[in-house]
Structure formats: structure tokens, C-alpha cells
Ligand binder design. Structure first.
Ligand code: ZN
Length: 263
């Protein structure tokens, strides 16, 4: 199916398949990343206008410190493997906002929000790096682009967003907005289980690159799933089952340890 979509998209647009250089997974990307970033930047600005970020608190400083370490490590690594284009045009920002939900997200372009409700579960810098690494991985892997593209493919036969914008601007902007946007519930578009697994895989590598022990990811996700129960935190809602996730993480940690340089 993916292969057919990619062929189809090749015939109508520049954008087609994206192959993740770290996991090797292929996905369909019909939307230009610069369009995604521009819209995300606007959405992030209006989100912050309505949700004033904390400044100068211990937690807010931790979010900034861990975030910028992660961003620097990811950029350096991608550039060392000739993949710096994956974060070109990124203007990283890491903000802690007051919200009781245990949630965090990263928009295309590197705009990150961590909710205060997550901080009791984070507990330490490595716990925070687990979440930030996972969320950055969604952005670097162009998962929002993939979700929008799948919708374009399903509804418009894989035409580029630009073409759909011309013929059906209302539908196009809805798809585009949903892909990067914050819904009324405050959550981003849901990711698929494949995307969640890919973000877990890359997330442990990213935290290791920034000097955080990837084994801490197991501890963090154990704390998160213990919080599950009747109403699991938003961040868990589309994630693979706890057991699958833990098994996968244990499988990826030896790979991540190759990148780990304790600080
Ligand atoms: Zn996720």
C-alpha cells in the first residue's frame, strides 16, 4: 500500500517517500516541510499567547536545559551522518506550560511544550529527556507530515497539498491544520502505533546522544504506565501496549548504548 501511494505521489508531486535514516522506515510525505514549519510556528505562537509559559522556575529551567541539550545533540548527530536537512529551518523552543495533564509535544520545526502535569512523573533530567527525545523524534521523523499525507491520499488520491488547496481550500486547510495543530482538547493529532514505536526507538538514541542513560527510559515509562488505569494519560492513549513497548525498549537499548557518553 505504501509503495503504491509513493508511486502515485511521484506522478503528481515533488514530495513522495521519506525514508527515516535511523530506523529505515519509509513513509509518505506529500506536504512540504517548510509549509509544515510555517503553520506550526503560527500555531505555537498562539498556543503560548493563550498558555503563558512558566519562566524562571526550577522546572521551567530544567525543561530549557534538557531541551537544548537534546536539540544540540540531535543536530550534531544528524549533521555527522549527512542528514542535517531533517532539522533545517528548525527554531527550537522548549516551554513548560501550566496544565494538569501528563503530556508533552513537539511540533514540526522544533516547537516543544511540556505540561506541568508531567513533571511529577519525570522526576529527573533523564526522565524528562525520555519524553523530550520521544517527542522530538515524532517531529524529526515527519510524522505529522505522514498523517496529513495519508489523509490527502485517502481523500484526494495523493495530490500535493498545494493542488488540493487550489481545488478544495477548505478541506486542505483542515487536513493541514489537524496535522500540526492543537485541537480543542489541547492535544495534537493522534499518531499511529507504528509512529509511536518509531519515536520510542529514536527517542532512546537521542537521549543517549545527549548524555542521558537510555535505561532510564524503562523507569520513566514504568512510572507512566503505573499512572494508567481507567483514564490513561493522553501521552499513552495511542501508544503500543505497555508490554510491547517495554519489550521493544529493551531491544533498542543496547543499540542506544552505543551512542551513550555519560556526562
Ligand atoms: Zn508519541
Amino acid at each position: 500500500m505504501l509503495f503504491a501511494l509513493c508511486l502515485l505521489s511521484l506522478s503528481v508531486t515533488f514530495y513522495a517517500c521519506f525514508k527515516n535514516p535511523i530506523t529505515g522506515r519509509s513513509s509518505i510525505n506529500l506536504v512540504s516541510e517548510s509549509e509544515m514549519r510555517t503553520l506550526a510556528n503560527q500555531q505555537y505562537a498562539s498556543f503560548l499567547a493563550a498558555n503563558a509559559p512558566q519562566k524562571g522556575t526550577r522546572d521551567a529551567e530544567m525543561v530549557q536545559r534538557v531541551g537544548s541539550k537534546m536539540a544540540t545533540a540531535v543536530q550534531q548527530y544528524l549533521s555527522s551522518i549527512g542528514q542535517s536537512s531533517l532539522v533545517s529551518g528548525y527554531q527550537w523552543e522548549f516551554n513548560l506550560v501550566n496544565n494538569n495533564e501528563a503530556n508533552a509535544w513537539c511540533m514540526p520545526g522544533g516547537k516543544v511544550a511540556v505540561y506541568t502535569g508531567l513533571m511529577p512523573l519525570v522526576q529527573n533530567e533523564a526522565g524528562l529527556a525520555t519524553v523530550v527525545g520521544h517527542e522530538i523524534a515524532h517531529a524529526v521523523s515527519r510524522h505529522s507530515n505522514e498523517r496529513a499525507s495519508q489523509q490527502l491520499a485517502a481523500e484526494f488520491g495523493g495530490q500535493a497539498l498545494g493542488a488540493v488547496m487550489g481545488s478544495n481550500p477548505g478541506a486542505a486547510s483542515q487536513i493541514f491544520g489537524a496535522a500540526v495543530g492543537i485541537g480543542t482538547q489541547g492535544a495534537l493529532l493522534k499518531f499511529s502505533r507504528d509512529q509511536e514505536s518509531e519515536a520510542d526507538h529514536m527517542g532512546v538514541i537521542f537521549m543517549a546522544l545527549a548524555g542521558y542513560n537510555p535505561n532510564e527510559a524503562i523507569n520513566f515509562w514504568t512510572r507512566m504506565s503505573a499512572k494508567g488505569g481507567a483514564k490513561p494519560p493522553e501521552i499513552l492513549s495511542t501508544h503500543p501496549s505497555d508490554q510491547t513497548r517495554m519489550n521493544n525498549l529493551r531491544k533498542w537499548i543496547p543499540e542506544a548504548m552505543k551512542y551513550y557518553k555519560p556526562q
